[in-house]
Ligand binder design. Structure first.
Ligand SMILES: C[S@@+](CC[C@H](N)C(=O)[O-])C[C@H]1O[C@@H](n2cnc3c(N)ncnc32)[C@H](O)[C@@H]1O
Length: 266
């Protein structure tokens, strides 16, 4: 295992970050968490799931999630993937990855460190794409800001031009972020036998999940559309209240086309 990943951006951090005091932080659900940021003497509140706002402030994503809330998921998922590729004699340099929910490129950077041959980013937000080019220029061979639940024919042919054999998706599943239909679409751009590496909050795998995403994931494994190769339970990050958020990192192989009606039913 490598050491904890600390990304150093070549960016002067021009803000002060304030996490909520414990009386305000206690009891906030993961989807309700917030922080405050002071820029040029102006202090404003930002929800932790408001990625467009967060990516708008250079260095804030890393300062907030990686440093203050100790998010280690890109490294954990990357290590699990590296282990599996190694055990199966796969040369990362031969892989083309679709990094789904790519944000400003922390996972792309891990894949690049593993030696993955080509990496293409996909994210819903134009702000994420801009931040990836700003923070990690040259990392992604290509980056598409688009909605995989509403692909145009042009989007489809752009993505299909890449022969993806790996799809990563880190810190973007559950909480209504990436829906089942988008996850299935992304997987279907990956060739059969290709790899996926993702993480998800443990409760989405283990309990009934009102968004339906967990049921969809469990079905992918139960019915053999994905074959699980490795899974590890770990702390994704701490909450603003300091509580560990337990996630599962999963590496799997795609066995065949993912039926879109399973996703639509989720
Ligand atoms: C917490 S960030 C994770 C970024 C990166 N994977 C990482 O680990 O640092 C979540 C990302 O998922 C993206 N996202 C949320 N919903 C999405 C959707 N429906 N389709 C594509 N991306 C989405 C957000 O825009 C954001 O960039």
């Amino acid at each position: 295992m490598r050491g904890k990943l600390i990304t150093t951006l070549d960016t002067a951090l021009d803000f002060a970050l304030h996490l909520p005091p414990s009386d305000a932080a206690g009891g906030l659900d993961q989807d309700e968490e917030w922080c405050e940021v002071t820029i040029d003497d102006e202090r404003r509140r930002i929800r932790l799931h408001d990625y467009a706002e967060i990516f708008g402030v250079p260095g804030l994503y890393e300062r907030l999630f990686q440093e203050s809330l100790e998010c280690d998921s890109p490294r954990v998922v990357g290590d699990l993937l590296a282990e599996q590729l190694g055990e199966n004699g796969i040369d990362p340099a031969r892989l083309t990855a679709l990094d789904f929910g790519a944000g400003n490129g922390m996972v792309g950077e891990v894949l690049d460190d593993l030696g993955v041959g080509a990496i293409v980013g996909v994210d819903l937000l134009e702000e994420a794409k801009d931040a990836a080019f700003r923070d990690r220029p040259g990392l992604y061979e290509d980056y598409h800001a688009l909605d995989l639940t509403a692909l145009s024919e042009d989007d489809r042919s752009d993505l299909a031009e890449h022969d993806f054999d790996l799809m990563s998706c880190v810190a973007a599943l559950g909480f209504g972020d990436i829906p089942a239909v988008a996850f299935a679409e992304a997987l279907n751009f990956v060739s059969d036998g290709g790899w996926t590496a993702f993480n998800v909050r443990d409760r989405f795998f283990e309990e009934s999940d009102p968004t339906g995403f967990g049921g969809f994931l469990r079905r992918l494994f139960r019915e053999g559309a994905l074959e699980k190769r490795a899974q590890v339970r770990y702390t994704h990050r701490v909450s603003v209240d300091g509580e560990p958020l337990r996630y599962l990192a999963v590496v799997a192989n795609k066995q065949g086309e993912i039926p879109m009606d399973w996703a639509a039913a989720a």
